[in-house]
Write a protein that binds this ligand. Sequence first.
Ligand SMILES: Nc1nc2c(c(=O)[nH]1)N[C@H]1C(S)=C(S)[C@@H](COP(=O)(O)OP(=O)(O)OC[C@H]3O[C@@H](n4cnc5c(=O)[nH]c(N)nc54)[C@H](O)[C@@H]3O)O[C@H]1N2
Ligand SMILES: Nc1nc2c(c(=O)[nH]1)N[C@H]1C(S)=C(S)[C@@H](COP(=O)(O)OP(=O)(O)OC[C@H]3O[C@@H](n4cnc5c(=O)[nH]c(N)nc54)[C@H](O)[C@@H]3O)O[C@H]1N2
Ligand code: SF4
Ligand SMILES: [Mo]
Length: 737
Amino acid sequence: MSESSHYRICPLCEACCGLEVRVNDGRVIGIRGAEDDVFSHGYICPKGYALKDLHEDPDRLRTPLIRRKGVHVEASWDEAYAEIERRLPPVLAAHGRDAVAVAVGNPSAHKMGLLLYFPRLAKALGTKNVYSASTLDQMPKQLSSGLMFGHWLSIAVPDIERSDFLLVLGANPMASNGSLWTVPDFRGKARALRARGGRLVVIDPRRTETAEVADAHHFIRPGSDVFLLAALTQTLFDEGLVRLGRLAPLVEGEEALRASLQPFTPEAVAARCGIEAGVIRGLARELAAAPRGCVYSRIGSCTQEFGTLASWLVDVLNVLTGHLDEPGGAMFPKAAAFASNTAGKPGSGRGIVTARHHSRVSGAPEIFGELPMTCLAEEIETPGPGQVRALISVAGNPVLSSPGGARLARALDGLDFMVSLDIYLNETTRHADVVLPGWSPLWESHYDVAFPQLSYRNHARYSAPVFEAPADHPPEWQTLLRLAAIAKGQGAGVDVLALDDELLADELRKLAGERAPQVMAALAGRQGPERLLDLALRGGPHGDLFGLKPDGLNLDKVAAAPGGIDLGPLQPRLPELLRTPGGKVELAPPMLLADLPRALAALAEPAAEIVIVGRREVRSNNSWMHNLPTLAKGPERCTLLIHPADAAHAGLSAGMKVRITSGSGAAIEAPAELSDAMMPGVVSLPHGWGHDLPGARLAVAALRPGANLNAVLDDRLRDPLSGNAVLSGVAVTLVPA
Ligand SMILES: Nc1nc2c(c(=O)[nH]1)N[C@H]1C(S)=C(S)[C@@H](COP(=O)(O)OP(=O)(O)OC[C@H]3O[C@@H](n4cnc5c(=O)[nH]c(N)nc54)[C@H](O)[C@@H]3O)O[C@H]1N2
Ligand SMILES: Nc1nc2c(c(=O)[nH]1)N[C@H]1C(S)=C(S)[C@@H](COP(=O)(O)OP(=O)(O)OC[C@H]3O[C@@H](n4cnc5c(=O)[nH]c(N)nc54)[C@H](O)[C@@H]3O)O[C@H]1N2
Ligand code: SF4
Ligand SMILES: [Mo]
């Protein structure tokens, strides 16, 4: 057989790099960055190469598994669905819709089939118990963006290619390759920024890989971003540095904001942040003076007790310094497909609604249709009406990725029934009665549904499958539809293609009214996610509008363009993007102002002696890429970084096993790695490790299991506004193990 070369957009992280996969005789013989990709221009990281390992991993599930007498045994698809049909509908019948929970994890954001069809499953179930990785991650940013701009997904990203000043908090794009900011080759773009005289400043309790390539780095006490950001804002007001520019007539709430932030002076917050007042004032002045620049924050500032306030203040700073929606500042991408903020009437809307219901046990408010992931265990454990008795997990591993994982693992064992759709038998799916296998990424076509809405540049890119999937292994969207059919009482034997037609026809009737049959006909010849993609592209802001705009985009055109289609640099989108009821940028949403007194009270609390934070490393990805040999080799990665002075104080030396205990009483052990890159009083351990639990099938990962950071984090600690878990700045004690 001859050699062939295939374009494949990498589905592993938010950078969405275009790759070139070389194949010979049905095997991958090489993977490199696709030079002609209009967006990533040949960039690749070590995980991109590892797609080969993932495709070939003998532990990657090829058939369904059914748990019989505690052991997972291979089963046919018919047997698996028979088991689901025998056990799931009775739970719904006896205990109601809310008795079945769904939990969906991170990879679903990177898969067309999962992202577009998971909502169909959730809707069919009709349950309030919807959980996702969003409440371990970005929900604070979605809430603050929703309150300010009117839509949950109207998130501004740095226009780095035209920026001269970038202030980065709680993000390490050199390792993570960016998040809520799709920016392949951050290193190259940061280098270019500095080469044209721009400045990169990093605020992080660790001198990270990103800090290493920056002009300045300041340590910050974990959890205190809200105070730093409030003081930066207060300084702008105090020193008369506010400059709204073009946005002046579009901004609401400046006076209320000024009044509420008065107590947060640089002097008042300096000790809590560990940053001198003079440095804070200097940063505020630098941001205000920068002709083109912005503030960007991510996981470290989001996953804390005041994550929503911190996320909000980042955008507030960008507005007040005239950097929001301006070239070189923080701008709103305009995705070619699936962008909810290009639908509907431009300039105003209904805004967002929260708290339509509450979690049963903790009373946590619903946010964007979800309840906090850290509420799932208690909802399973606590008897009474509405108790969760069955779970469908999709592409998630909360036993490792959510605080209180050990408790969740025990709770999962108490369920009447659990189904997982996943590619591995791992720490979470080992609890499932039935595991349905997902697809290898190389079997799938790909278009990023979510990330063009967060990209440094507008673009549309599609990649076709590299290999044909085995005929007897259904794609994940069909698996989700079949589960939806079972939930609706239609049975597992349903014709999924007919069901897909029906659901789409329903949607089109609402969307296109009289034109619906015409649109449906125009989409003929495609199925499933690809059909939805064609619909979204054609009806989107760059679309051909089904013939009304012949020059516009459709899937055929995007698929035919090698390396995708570049749609140019980001353009100003205000006021068109706004969907707030008043048609304004809301600087002072009442829900957020009402949370400031809680922050002020916390400012007075004494700081813990040692706190723990997380970190990411290029050759790892959350909890699930530790089974791939090319990534797993090399030095031990799950180490506790600790400042030498703290190590000496705790009687620890390099390489020594440390016992890490938290207030919740849980303990884990990891080797100490002494490093003056850590802020004194702060230690760092990556999350997603702990592959030593019985019943999982991860041969490579089990060789060096590492410790589960989330075992010592407390599942009761949440940002009350967004329900997001607190993953940063949790107090721990350290002793030699
Ligand atoms: N302490 C601490 N905890 C954290 C974080 C932190 O910074 N610190 N980060 C949080 C963040 S940001 C996130 S997003 C979450 C992530 O946590 P999760 O959402 O749980 O995601 P992963 O850990 O990536 O696990 C992904 C699961 O999906 C499966 N999978 C992979 N590819 C596919 C596929 O194509 N199809 C299917 N069906 N399954 C697939 C994997 O086998 C695995 O079971 O972790 C959070 N947890
Ligand atoms: N290689 C790799 N890439 C990934 C992932 C991965 O696991 N591995 N995960 C993906 C996912 S799901 C996500 S959400 C993104 C996340 O992408 P990023 O947000 O860039 O994530 P991190 O690299 O964890 O960087 C968070 C930084 O916050 C710092 N930090 C901790 N606490 C605080 C604090 O209180 N204040 C401040 N200012 N900083 C703090 C940490 O020291 C760390 O350097 O990465 C994605 N990309
Ligand atoms: S940075 Fe690496 S993992 Fe992320 S998309 Fe690019 S190649 Fe894939
Ligand atoms: Mo994430």
